[in-house]
Design a protein around this ligand. Structure first.
Ligand code: PRP
Length: 211
């Protein structure tokens, strides 16, 4: 997989707000949503197909380009924390379907369990899929989520992973197991501790978003 950490001052800003332990829950959630908006914006560049035509403006005829409404785009937030990061997907992407995936990681074993799976049995032909999860720590959760997409015939090139904070072991797993996949992350932090937390990271993104 290829990893992008877009060099944008607003991305740095919202990551910094998320890192601050003083940031209260509603502000944390808003910062997560803004970061998600910017990462999805960056990930859409050169990826979402447009269709061109002409349109009548109040003062003349203009050549225009719209996101092609025939090309399916799906957003998969991984609950809980992915809900906050994906919040603006529906406002910046003109037409999307949202499929929720609920996954939780066992605090002892660090193994993910799927408790909600709203994925369709089959995705529309040629779908482009954003998989949205704030933390890629051990990578167990994202790998399990991506395997569900693989089972449904979605190729790695059709997928972009959107994440606030990632650790090297997770990114290595993705590049080994999902070649051609692209990851957009706000920051990469070097250390993963023995409890599976990214250091310095953001803390527990689910708890910090929802109290
Ligand atoms: C956290 C986080 C990721 C996952 C990352 O979710 O939001 O989904 O752990 O860990 P991994 O890469 O080691 O698998 P958590 O299970 O805490 O659920 P939550 O979002 O409901 O808090």
């Amino acid at each position: 997989s290829t990893v992008f950490v877009p060099a944008h001052p607003l991305i740095k800003h919202w990551v910094s707000v998320l890192r601050n332990e003083q940031t209260p829950c509603p502000i944390f959630r808003n910062a997560m949503a803004e970061l998600g908006r910017l990462l999805m914006y960056e990930a859409s560049r050169d990826w979402l197909p447009t269709v061109s035509g002409e349109i009548q403006s109040p003062l003349g005829v203009a050549s225009v380009e719209f996101i092609d409404p025939r090309e399916p785009v799906a957003v998969i937030p991984i609950l809980r924390a992915g809900l906050a990061l994906a919040e603006h997907a529906s406002s910046i992407l003109p037409a999307t379907k949202t499929y929720h995936l609920g996954m939780s990681r066992d605090e002892e074993t660090l193994q993910p369990t799927i408790y909600l799976n709203k994925l369709p049995a089959k995705f529309a032909e040629g779908s482009k899929v954003f998989v949205v999860d704030p933390m890629l720590a051990t990578g167990g959760t994202i790998v399990a989520a991506l395997n569900l997409l693989k089972d449904r015939g979605v190729s790695n090139k059709q997928i972009k992973v959107i994440s606030a904070c990632s650790s090297p072991p997770a990114l290595e797993k993705l590049s080994e197991q999902f070649p051609g996949l692209q990851v957009y992350t706000g920051i990469i932090d070097p250390v993963l501790n023995d409890k599976g937390f990214i250091i310095p990271g953001l803390g527990d993104a689910g708890d910090r978003s929802y109290g």
